[in-house]
Write a protein that binds this ligand. Structure first.
Ligand SMILES: C[S@@+](CC[C@H](N)C(=O)[O-])C[C@H]1O[C@@H](n2cnc3c(N)ncnc32)[C@H](O)[C@@H]1O
Length: 217
């Protein structure tokens, strides 16, 4: 089974990537005009400024994440940062093929609602739970051991989100962090590269993926 190449998933992704091309441009232009790094803004300001933007992973990164999730046979997948659901569709396609499910998290209520519609269009709603609000709150309760984490919310929260999830990680869990080429986070690198708990490698795809495997018992 390869849900990623199914007609419904392909068509939905084609539409979302086409929308993104039109929709993100003015938002990014307005952001660039501010001439300040994103990290200078509060989380609420970042969420508001990017409320209309997908800022999604590129397709090839989604395909890699799909392959990694499938190869891991990931049953319980957790995502930090849904936006309009593009990456969630890749994760959920893998979950469908591994008999698993996805919990994804989006701060912005309207974005979460639109993402739910997009995930439904892809035929994946039955295995995806979208949790609205701050992931540091919404991920406190989880149904079981987590096999794969995808981090793609505001960057300075990668470390606290992963620390929150660590007690729930299954042995050999896969943790993938996006934007680690363009917005590197040293405290996060310290955990996944230097603590001895993970084996980690940087994949220069899209805005840079840090792919880490939990190796500690
Ligand atoms: C880069 S976008 C995610 C893109 C998405 N993963 C994709 O590839 O289609 C980041 C999203 O994370 C959300 N976000 C940021 N911090 C969050 C938090 N603390 N809890 C939940 N969502 C958050 C933002 O509102 C934004 O929509």
């Amino acid at each position: 089974m390869n849900t990623l190449t199914s007609e419904r998933v392909r068509t939905t992704l084609d539409k979302l990537y086409a929308d993104e091309e039109v929709q993100d441009e003015p938002v990014i232009a307005a952001l660039v005009a501010k001439n300040r790094p994103l990290g200078d803004f509060t989380h609420q300001e970042q969420t508001d400024m990017l409320a209309e933007a997908y800022i999604s992973i590129p397709r090839e990164a989604g395909e890699l994440i799909y392959l990694l999730a499938r190869n891991r046979q990931a049953k319980n997948i957790v995502e930090f940062g849904t936006s309009f659901g593009i990456s969630t569709v890749f994760l959920a396609a893998a979950a469908r093929d591994s008999g698993g499910s996805v919990i994804t998290t989006e701060w912005h209520e309207k974005k979460a609602e639109v993402a739910e519609g997009n995930i439904a269009d892809a035929g994946l709603s039955d295995i995806v739970e979208v949790r609205t609000g701050d992931a540091l709150e919404s991920l406190k309760e989880l149904p079981g051991p987590v096999d794969l984490v995808f981090l793609d919310g505001w960057k300075d929260l990668y470390l606290p989100v992963l620390e929150l999830l660590e007690p729930s990680l299954s042995p050999g869990a896969l943790v993938i962090a996006d934007d680690m080429g363009t917005l590197p986070e040293q405290p996060y690198f310290d955990l996944v590269r230097s603590s001895g708990r993970y084996q980690s490698v940087h994949v220069p795809m899209g805005d840079g993926l840090e792919v880490s495997v939990l190796v500690a018992d």
